[in-house]
Design a binder for this molecule. Structure first.
Ligand code: AMP
Length: 187
């Protein structure tokens, strides 16, 4: 029995991306719904954010969107799911963290990267032990893994941290990896 009840999805807000990324986001949303796992995300209706949330919702899954007021129009809040409007980015990020047992990082831009790296940096400081998986089908995140290996190789981050970094190429594998890690942490 998995203890992963809520997964936070970090992903790009741009619509101007290869449609394969949109399709991957839809697959992830549907897979979370199928497994009865709630999706927590930034609340937008655009890009991979909107695609994953709509897909989870249409497949009967629970979704919680957390949106800062100043982005309501720009990121076109998706109102068909449960959503919370907060006053700033910090509150959004903190709530996304608190409401989730684990994280999946889909392809995205600077915002996605910032959110993922912040959660990793908190893990590095032992502020939490919630697992994270990077998900792509085409090696999108490979340069990030190379950068992390470079940083670890330089001695700036301990080698042991490498096991925090999980790279998967299907939604099923990403969710399984998170469930495995949570079971191990519980033991
Ligand atoms: P992007 O990956 O740049 O398309 O952004 C994806 C999501 O991350 C969007 O909902 C952005 O509002 C959000 N985002 C952008 N910058 C930040 C930040 N500094 N902290 C947290 N989220 C951010």
């Amino acid at each position: 029995m998995s203890n992963v009840r809520s997964v936070c999805v970090y992903c790009g807000a741009s619509n101007d991306v290869n449609k394969d990324y949109i399709r991957l986001a839809e697959k992830l949303g549907a897979e979370l719904a199928k497994r009865g796992i709630r999706m927590v995300y930034g609340g937008g209706g655009v890009g991979l954010m909107g695609a994953s949330a709509r897909s989870a919702h249409n497949a009967g899954g629970k979704v919680l969107g957390i949106m800062p007021r100043f982005l309501l129009t720009k990121e076109m809040i998706y109102e068909d799911v449960e959503h919370v409007i907060v006053e700033d980015m910090h509150t959004r990020k903190q709530m996304m963290f608190q409401e989730s047992d684990a994280f999946i990082v889909l392809p995205g831009g600077i915002g996605t990267l910032e959110e993922a790296v912040e959660i990793l940096s908190w893990a590095r400081l032992n502020l939490h032990a919630k697992p994270m998986a990077f998900l792509d089908e085409d090696g999108f995140w490979a340069p990030f893994f190379e950068l992390m290996d470079h940083i670890i190789g330089g001695g700036f981050t301990p080698k042991s941290f490498r096991s925090m970094l999980v790279h998967c190429d299907t939604p099923e594998a990403a969710i399984d990896a998170l469930c495995d890690r949570i079971v191990r942490l519980d033991q």
